[in-house]
Ligand binder design. Structure first.
Ligand code: ZN
Ligand code: ZN
Length: 546
């Protein structure tokens, strides 16, 4: 099948030819991009038997969005199984939404916990604190409950859940600061970081086949927003011990054409034992997969979140001098994990939000590059929110990708100065600085921390305002439209080594593209938020039409 795309306002992301009006797609690749005349001339030299003409009506066309860091399986599971706690403005509302879900939707015969996701006590107007086990027990003590904060680094369990996980007065001590207690020493249900992750991973959950069907079903949600590629961290969200089975199922589903979304797995391997299993036992590396589904890199976590003051800082928090947050690893340990990935020529991408964690990640990458300079994997730091000028420059020196979630400022601009002070706050979220230095800075959302919708992120990147229009937060970090769109498409392809095949509308590249009703380069700022995706194409085939 050949497509002749005409009457289009194409932003190609190709610096040699930024604008075009028409394109020819042959078998999943762009064959010719240019003016209507040029494509016509191309087709007369290369006549096509089956030619479908697509008149874009003058609408805006660009490469599909690439979300460079999200948790697709987590989104899918939340979408299908968890109570939505986003937007709760009080502790009371969290509890009442959970109670309603128990009464109306919860089916205990499935054997799943009653889970909720997305609360954030910073938004509570009654009491700005974490909920407790006692409050959840008032909903039920018969079925286990776990409610997760929007950062996904903190959760609260009821007593039934703690009983099932064997967390009680006698055992809670072994979890240290990661499991909170009441003054009398009994656990209050609040769990953090690694303990939270482990418990999350041990929750009863649907099987791999069921999850695969859900993942296939939810692709349409992303296509509807113009997302054609994602880079996703899912190992922790697979049924325990079944991540490899899940990867194999996804690969097969992609080969059969059932899974169409281009997905690159960011394999979370937080320990050497996990890496043994990945590299040695299963013989995995970044050659696993195909053009649709593949494994791209090793993912690590080095700190927590800013909202919860668990992001690791070099200095104590301005609004809580008793803490600098939590570093997940000692420097030595992080160095050896990054070097291990590096030695397999696989990128390590590391979650780091505080400047202390960013520093440790930069050191670990520097160490790996020094130890084995003959290998050049594309390491990266995910979030890199709190930084000073020298750190941003080290991204360039060490060739580190900055994985940015521009929509994060919608929330962070209201807390960051409280957390870290004005001086450090104003050198943070240094997106334009990365671009000026030539650092690769792909955009994403960390969904389900934020919605995967790309347009709010683009709006934040080009205005430095929150979604209500407050700001600008950091005027010197505002990006121009073309750059923001480039960061959301071509830059993402660089992360997965696909910059020569994906992310631009250019001869020889995958025909993954979208048609929108607004010109994202010239429309007003507000129109960015209102823009609608009209059609989405992956591999030259229409996967969504409004
Ligand atoms: Zn993260
Ligand atoms: Zn994440």
């Amino acid at each position: 099948m050949t497509l002749w795309i005409k009457n289009a306002n194409i932003a190609t992301m190709d610096k040699a030819r930024p604008h075009a009006q028409a394109a020819v797609v042959i078998g999943g690749f762009f064959a010719c991009v240019g003016s209507e005349k040029e494509t016509e001339a191309y087709l007369s030299v290369h006549p096509q038997e089956e030619l479908e003409t697509i008149d874009c009506g003058g609408n805006f066309v660009m490469s599909g969005f690439n979300d460079s860091h999200m948790h697709y399986l987590h989104y899918v599971r939340a979408q299908k199984t968890a109570v939505d706690l986003y937007g709760c403005t009080s502790l009371k509302e969290v509890l009442s939404r959970m109670r309603r879900a128990l009464e109306q939707d919860y089916d205990p015969s499935l054997g799943l916990w009653l889970t909720g996701e997305g609360w954030n006590h910073d938004y509570f107007t009654d009491e700005q604190r974490f909920p407790t086990a006692k409050e959840l027990d008032a909903i039920t003590t018969e079925y286990p409950i776990l409610i997760m904060r929007a950062c996904f680094h903190i959760g609260v369990m009821n007593s039934k859940a703690m009983e099932l996980m064997n967390i009680n007065k006698d055992t809670v001590g072994q979890y240290g600061v990661y499991a909170e207690t009441y003054p009398d020493g009994t656990p209050n249900g609040v769990i953090k970081e690694g303990v939270f992750d482990d418990i999350k991973a041990r929750l009863p959950m649907p099987g791999c086949e069921q999850l695969l069907e859900m993942m296939i079903d939810c692709q349409k949600d992303l296509f509807e927003c113009g997302i054609t590629s994602i880079q996703s961290d899912d190992f922790k969200y697979c049924p325990e011990g079944h991540a490899y089975e899940m990867m194999a199922l996804l690969r097969t589903a992609a080969e059969k054409g059932r899974f169409k979304l281009r997905m690159a797995e960011q394999a979370l391997l937080p320990t050497h034992a996990d890496m043994d299993e990945f590299f040695d036992k299963h013989g995995f590396d970044d050659s696993f997969g195909n053009r649709t589904f593949k494994i791209n890199c090793v993912k690590l976590l080095s700190d927590g979140s800013l909202g919860a003051r668990t992001a690791y800082m070099r200095k104590p928090y301005a609004d809580d001098p008793t803490t600098r947050g939590i570093a997940i690893y000692e420097q030595e340990e992080l160095n050896s994990l990054v070097l291990r990935a590096h030695s397999h020529n696989m990128p390590a991408i590391i979650h780091a939000i505080g400047d202390g964690a960013v520093e440790m990640c930069l050191n670990a990458i520097e160490n790996a590059r020094r130890e084995m300079p003959h290998l050049r994997p594309r390491h990266g730091i995910v979030h890199c929110q709190i930084t000073d000028k020298e750190q941003v420059e080290r991204f360039k020196e060490l060739d580190v990708i900055a994985y940015i979630q521009p929509v994060f400022i919608n929330y962070d601009m209201h807390i960051v100065y409280d957390r870290v002070g004005k001086e450090l706050g104003s050198t943070s979220y240094a997106w334009a600085d990365y671009i000026r230095l030539g650092v690769h800075a792909p955009f994403g959302t960390d969904c389900p921390v934020e919605s995967f919708r790309p347009l709010p992120g683009i709006y934040c990147a080009v205005t430095s305002r929150d979604l209500n229009g407050s700001g600008p937060f950091l005027p010197h970090q505002i990006l121009d439209r073309e750059t923001a769109l480039y960061c959301y498409s071509a830059q993402g392809a660089y992360c997965t080594g696909e910059e020569n095949i994906k992310g631009k509308i250019k001869e020889g590249m995958y025909a993954d593209f979208i048609v929108l009703d607004k010109d994202l380069v010239s429309c007003t700022d507000m129109e960015i938020l209102e823009a609608k995706v009209l059609r989405t194409f992956v591999n030259g085939k229409c996967v969504y039409e409004r």
